[in-house]
Design a protein around this ligand. Structure first.
Ligand code: GUN
Length: 290
C-alpha cells in the first residue's frame, strides 16, 4: 500500500503557482486576489477558510475574508455579491458553504459572476465542465484529478465507483472521470444513499478506483473492496475524541489498497490547491495572459 500524499502534491502545485505569480508581479501586474465570504459561525468552515487564506499567502495571492453574521438576509448577501462581481480588483469569489437555513444556497451560487466563480458551482461553469468545455472545475473533484495525475495512476478504461452524489464532490467527480479529459475516460458508477446495499457491494468489490464522499466514519470496510484498489477518501469527520477520520476504515482497508489517501493530508489539501489553480486561471483570464 502506498499513500497518495495530498500535502506533497498540493505544495508542489502551489509552488509552481507562486513562481508564475512572481513573474507576473515582476512584469508590473498586481497580485491575483481571492475574496471569501463566510456567514455565521461553523467550526469546520472556519477551519477550511483559514487554510484557503493561508494557501493564498503561499501562492503569492492577496485575499480578503468578509464575515457576516448568521442573521444576514439573502437580499443583503446578494447585494454584497453584486458589489464584488463589479470589483475589478477581485479575480475570484467564494461563498463558503453551508449557509444558514434561511438562505437558499442556489440563489447565492447563481448570483456569482461565472468569471469569478472559482468554486465552479455556478450552472454556467458546471454545465461547461459537463460538456467538456473550458470551465472552473469544482475544487475537490479537480484536486482529486490532480492527485491521480501527480502519482500517474492510470484512469483510462478503469472501473471507478463514486459513492455520494453531492453537487460539490460526487456529481462533478463522476462526470470528470467519465469525460474525455486527460484524467478521465473511465467507466463510472455513481452510487448514493438510495443504492441498495447488495448493488453497492457488487460495484465496490470489482472497482479499480473508489471515491467515497458520504461523511460517515468507517463507511468503507475491508470486505467491500478488492485487492489492489485505489481508494480516494473525501470524508473529513471529527470523532468525539477530537480525532479526524475519513469515510474509510483506514486500518482494515489500506492493507488491500495499491494506493490510498490519508485523512488528514489527502484530498482536503488538494481541494485548497485546486482552488488556487482556479484562482490563477481567473486572474490570467482577467488580464488576458497567455
Ligand atoms: N463547503 C465545503 N466544501 C466547500 C467548497 O469546496 N467550497 C465552498 N464554497 N464551500 C464548501
Amino acid at each position: 500500500m502506498k499513500l497518495l500524499d495530498g500535502k506533497l502534491c498540493a505544495e508542489s502545485l502551489v509552488k509552481d503557482i507562486s513562481r508564475r505569480v512572481a513573474g507576473y508581479v515582476d512584469s508590473g501586474l498586481r497580485k491575483p486576489h481571492m475574496t471569501v465570504i463566510l456567514v455565521g459561525e461553523h467550526a469546520p468552515s472556519e477551519s477550511y477558510v483559514k487554510s484557503k487564506i493561508t494557501s493564498c499567502k503561499s501562492a503569492g495571492f492577496e485575499s480578503a475574508l468578509l464575515r457576516f453574521p448568521e442573521q444576514i438576509g439573502e437580499a443583503e448577501l446578494l447585494a454584497k455579491i453584486a458589489e464584488i462581481n463589479g470589483d475589478h480588483a477581485t479575480d475570484g469569489l467564494i461563498v463558503q458553504l453551508p449557509l444558514p437555513k434561511h438562505i437558499n444556497p442556489q440563489n447565492i451560487i447563481n448570483a456569482i459572476d461565472p468569471v469569478k466563480d472559482i468554486d465552479g458551482f455556478h450552472p454556467t461553469n458546471f454545465g461547461r465542465m459537463t460538456l467538456g468545455q473550458k470551465a472552473f472545475r469544482p475544487a475537490t473533484a479537480y484536486g482529486i484529478c490532480k492527485l491521480l495525475q501527480f502519482y500517474e495512476i492510470p484512469i483510462k478504461g478503469k472501473h471507478c465507483v463514486v459513492i455520494g452524489r453531492s453537487n460539490i464532490v460526487g456529481k462533478p467527480i463522476s462526470i470528470m472521470l467519465s469525460n474525455d479529459f486527460e484524467i478521465g475516460n473511465a467507466t463510472v458508477t455513481l452510487a448514493h444513499i438510495e443504492t441498495p446495499r447488495e448493488l453497492l457491494l457488487d460495484e465496490t468489490r470489482r472497482a479499480d478506483i473508489i471515491v467515497v464522499a458520504v461523511g460517515i466514519p468507517g463507511f468503507i470496510t475491508e470486505d467491500m473492496v478488492k485487492e489492489g484498489v485505489v481508494m480516494i477518501d473525501v470524508g473529513i469527520n471529527r470523532l468525539e475524541s477530537g480525532k479526524l477520520v475519513g469515510d474509510v476504515d483506514f486500518d482494515g482497508v489500506s492493507e488491500k489498497c495499491s494506493w490510498i489517501t490519508p485523512v488528514p493530508g489527502g484530498v482536503g489539501r488538494m481541494t485548497v490547491a485546486a482552488l488556487m489553480v482556479n484562482t490563477l486561471m481567473a486572474y490570467t483570464d482577467n488580464f488576458n495572459l497567455e
